[in-house]
Design a protein around this ligand. Structure first.
Ligand code: UDP
Ligand code: MG
Length: 351
């Protein structure tokens, strides 16, 4: 077999499945009751304007405490093409997107926030780029209207730090707003890792990836579900999922410690030779502080990785789905390997 024939059929993107919609949209929702109606209107218009035929808009309720689930459910029952998924609790944005992806059937899948910060109208442009043969088209942020200077500065710093220390090139200034081919979604669904940093995982998948630039709008309504703690958690997941550089910190600190130790030893030896013994406690305190901090720092890094190994070996399902509401009788309930979903049939309204 020639390499070419080995690859034949590997790219399934052009093979149209009779029961697949042309496009699936996944939108995670945490307390978005004020945004949902407008989002679904704009998203459905964008799907229709793209002129690609059938579509499904999957709204994933990630444990909202407001009326989001009631809104999502009502929309699924009244608006063709909308599917509502209710997760058992709040799992966080990345797992909510993962749950949504596991339910998609489309030839292509758009991941988009429900708060209208990512304009649904960019769908047409993203589709056109994918027509050129790309597997992934991601939105790269040019402006971030309505976000605090602190958020912009920390995001800027994080992407640059990640770029430096990660083993793969994660595109800068991108979120999870992206269009993926079916093949990419299947591959993502097959990745069993517990700590999900999707934008990094998509970059890791390889294939042909490209970007479109866009201005990130302010939130339509409501407030961000990403607290500072969530952002730090995501940043640590990103750094430790794609880089072992932090682990090497222990080695670097040891080298620095040895170097400092040598200088101090030399200083003391010369002091002895010259007949004056240093009696200051400052240098001693400094050395003790430095070494104890270095040790603690190294331990902290190691414990983060051990914690991740611990979570991974437990092999827990990533999420549970309580309800799926749709008027689409063809909804495939095929689960990806990492998800075990509990369906309540009463809520699957086949029509
Ligand atoms: N979100 C979610 N679960 C969470 C936090 C956020 O499903 O725990 C959703 C949220 O409803 C929105 C998207 O993820 O559609 C992005 O979240 P958010 O707007 O709060 O983040 P930001 O844009 O401020 O980074
Ligand atoms: Mg947002």
């Amino acid at each position: 077999m020639t390499p070419k024939s080995l690859n034949a059929g590997a790219r399934r993107e052009d093979v149209k499945h009779p029961h697949r919609p042309a496009l699936s949209v996944v939108a995670p929702c945490l307390n978005e009751e004020k945004c949902l109606a407008r989002f679904v209107d704009r998203m459905i218009s964008a799907c229709q304007n793209s002129g690609r035929g059938s579509y499904e808009v999957i709204l994933v309720n990630d444990g909202s405490t407001d009326n989001s689930w009631a809104c999502i459910r009502a929309m699924a029952l009244t608006r063709p093409g909308v599917t509502a998924i209710n997760l058992a609790r709040n799992y966080g944005h990345q797992v909510a997107v993962t749950a949504g992806l596991s339910q998609t059937r489309g030839e292509r899948v758009l991941v988009i926030d429900a708060d209208l910060q990512d304009p649904p109208e960019l769908l047409g442009e993203m589709m056109a780029r994918m027509d050129d043969g790309f597997d992934v088209v991601y939105g790269r942020r040019r402006g971030r209207a309505g976000e605090s200077a602190f958020k912009r500065a920390t995001a800027h710093l994080f992407y640059r730090l990640l770029g430096r220390v990660s083993d793969i090139a994660i595109p800068m200034d991108t979120g999870d707003f992206r269009l993926l081919s079916r093949q990419m979604v299947e591959r993502l669904n097959a990745m069993p890792e517990q700590d999900r940093f999707l934008r990094g995982m998509v970059a890791w998948l390889g294939g042909r990836q490209t970007e479109i630039f866009y201005h990130r709008d302010p939130r339509f309504a409501g407030k961000t579900g990403y607290t500072l703690a969530n952002m730090i958690k995501l940043a640590i997941a990103g750094l430790t999922s794609f880089s072992t550089v932090p682990l090497r910190l222990a080695t670097i600190l040891t080298c620095v410690g040895i170097a400092i130790g040598c200088v101090v030893a030399l200083y003391v030896a010369i002091g002895q030779l010259l007949g004056h013994v240093v009696a200051g406690w400052a240098s001693l305190a400094l050395i003790i502080t430095f070494f104890s901090t270095a040790q603690l720092g190294a331990l902290a890094v190691i414990s983060i990785y051990i914690g991740r190994i611990f979570m991974q070996v437990k092999q827990r399902p990533l999420f549970f789905i309580d309800d799926v509401v749709t008027t689409d009788a063809r909804l495939g309930l095929a689960m990806s390997p990492q998800s075990v979903a509990v369906m309540r049939d009463r809520d699957v309204a086949a029509g």
